[in-house]
Structures are given as C-alpha cells and as structure tokens.
Design a protein around this ligand. Sequence first.
Ligand SMILES: Cc1cc2nc3c(=O)[nH]c(=O)nc-3n(C[C@H](O)[C@H](O)[C@H](O)COP(=O)(O)OP(=O)(O)OC[C@H]3O[C@@H](n4cnc5c(N)ncnc54)[C@H](O)[C@@H]3O)c2cc1C
Length: 313
Amino acid sequence: MDIPKFIQRNVSLASLTTFKIGGSAEYFVRALNLEILKQSLIWAKEKKLPFFILGGGSNILVSDKGFSGLVIKNELKKLEKRGDIIIAGSGVFLSEFLEFALVNELSGGEFLVGIPGTLGGAVFANAGLSNQFISNLVQSVYFLDYHSLKIRCYLNKDCDFSYRYSCFQEKQGVITQIELKMKNSSQDKIKALMAEYRQKRANLPSLPSAGCVFKNINLKEIPPSSLEKIKKEFGFPEEFCKKGVLPVSWLLDRMGFKGKTIGKAQVSQKHANFIVNLGGATADDVLILISLIKQKVRTKFGLQLCEEIVYLA
Ligand SMILES: Cc1cc2nc3c(=O)[nH]c(=O)nc-3n(C[C@H](O)[C@H](O)[C@H](O)COP(=O)(O)OP(=O)(O)OC[C@H]3O[C@@H](n4cnc5c(N)ncnc54)[C@H](O)[C@@H]3O)c2cc1C
C-alpha cells in the first residue's frame, strides 16, 4: 500500500490515553493542521480504512488488539480572542484554553478545570461538571464532514446538546474549531473560581483512568419498579429527587463495588464510577469488570447502565 510520508505505521496508543491501556494503531497521523487532516481523511477514504479521531485520549478504552485503521491525533492548536469570544482549534487542551482565558481575563469555563481532554473531545461528549456543561459556552462548532470533505458551521442550537451528548456522536468527521462566548472578568476572580473547582475534584482517583465509566441516569428514564427497589434497598437522598438524576457512583458504592478487581483493573476505592489501572491492566480486564457491573445492576434492579467511555476496537 502506498503510504503518505505523514502517516506512521504501528504506533502504540496506550501512552496516548489516560487509561494507559491498549494496543497499536495500524496507521497513525498527527494532524497539525487542516491540510494534513483533510489529506489523511482522503487517504483513509481511498483505502477504505476505518478512522478514529483521538483527542486527549481521556474518555476512551483502546482494545488490547489495537485498531486496524487510521488513528488521527488531533493537534489543531489555534487560540485567538475576538472581544469576549475565544476561537480555538479543537485540539487545544482544556487546560490550555483555561490558561488563555485567564491571561485574557475571560471567565465562564472554570468548571472545566481538571478535565484532561481537548476542546474537540469536550464538545463531542458535552463534557462538564454537575449541571454545568461546555455547551453553555459554545457559540459555534466547525465540523469537517468525512463524506463531503467540506467544513460546516453548526450554531449551538444545531448541535443537539444534552447530558454527555452532541449531534457529532452521530456524524462521521472531525470537529475542527470551536467559538466560545465568555464573560469579561478579572484574573483574581477567575483564579478564585478555578481554585474552588479544583478543590471539588481533590478526592478524585489519581491512578490512570478514563473518568466516569457510566453515564448518570435521569430519574424519568428509570422504570418505577427499579426506582422502588433502589429506594427500598438503600433509601434515596432528597437531593437526587431535586436534581432529577441518579448518580451511578452512589449506586455502585451502595452495591459494594469499590475495590472490586479483575486482573489489574479495579473499581476505584475513592469513586465507584471510576475504573483505575493498577499498573499493567488490559482492556479485557476493564471490559470484564464493566460487564460484571452491568450484569449485577441489571439483575438486581432491572436497570441498564450506559457507558460514558468510548471503545476503540
Ligand atoms: C481523571 C479524569 C477526570 C475526568 N473528569 C471529567 C468531568 O468532570 N466531566 C466530564 O465530562 N468528563 C470528564 N472526564 C472524561 C474526559 O476527560 C472528557 O470526556 C473529555 O472531554 C474527553 O476529551 P478527549 O479529547 O480526551 O477525547 P478522547 O478521549 O480522545 O475521545 C473521546 C471521543 O471523542 C471523539 N473526539 C475527540 N475529539 C474529536 C474531534 N475533534 N472531532 C470529533 N470527534 C472527536 C473521539 O473520536 C472519541 O469518540 C474525565 C476523565 C479523566 C481521565
């Protein structure tokens, strides 16, 4: 197969993920600019190869066998400001975006502090904390469509944002640029807010993970019989009713999953919705642990958990 110079072969992916798990990409490219990104997609198309867009690798589990296709590591790093709007390449890390916002005295994104992904990955998953989402800041998203190879601008209302969801999860292509509407503020106020949010995350697991494994569940989506069983077994804090959400970490904690270990993958002792890599965990270890948790929750409460993490296989 003729391979363009910018594409590498058999690149290990484990070190490019926060889980530190997984095999190699058969083909791999660092998309440093739009031109390389486009050329890579064209090449994958010509060769009929599947492709995967990799941001910070902080929400994915890569198969032990790796990926027989092209992994495109998004490194589009533009960062500009126009008044109170920040225009950012999708490969900009949230930490880089927050630093830029701080220097320019632009507030609004502080709740994203400590989330180890890129802006593209954050928009894809509508990342956030409690009831704050990146969608609250997004003004528009530029998306390179795999089929037409054209870039289309999506206004916030076109992105169908909801809890951990955006329309980009249904599309083939790449989020290339995001425009975020900020508020003018002062460095002191922004630093204080960031410190507050950092404090909230102080007890999160520090071992390698991919963040929360499962999505929290909207109370409206829980069958009444399941809710009754949960209430009978564990009681039900009033605040969950107020927020209208069942935090999966609470349920898994009550069910005694903390510390449950398969191979070198463990349900974190600090947070029951995190699976951590104790060192040398395989993707299979994690997958077995995930299916065991799902099966027990289904059998006991008739409730189907949905993964927040994305599988790359
Ligand atoms: C310690 C820890 C704490 C975390 N805390 C939080 C939290 O508080 N809130 C939260 O919401 N999440 C949290 N996460 C999960 C994760 O950081 C976020 O979901 C983040 O937004 C993922 O971004 P990423 O760039 O790492 O995406 P990746 O993991 O690289 O990719 C995830 C998915 O997004 C797609 N994708 C990425 N970039 C693009 C793009 N440019 N175009 C199209 N598709 C793209 C990928 O193809 C993949 O399907 C946490 C993770 C860890 C490890």
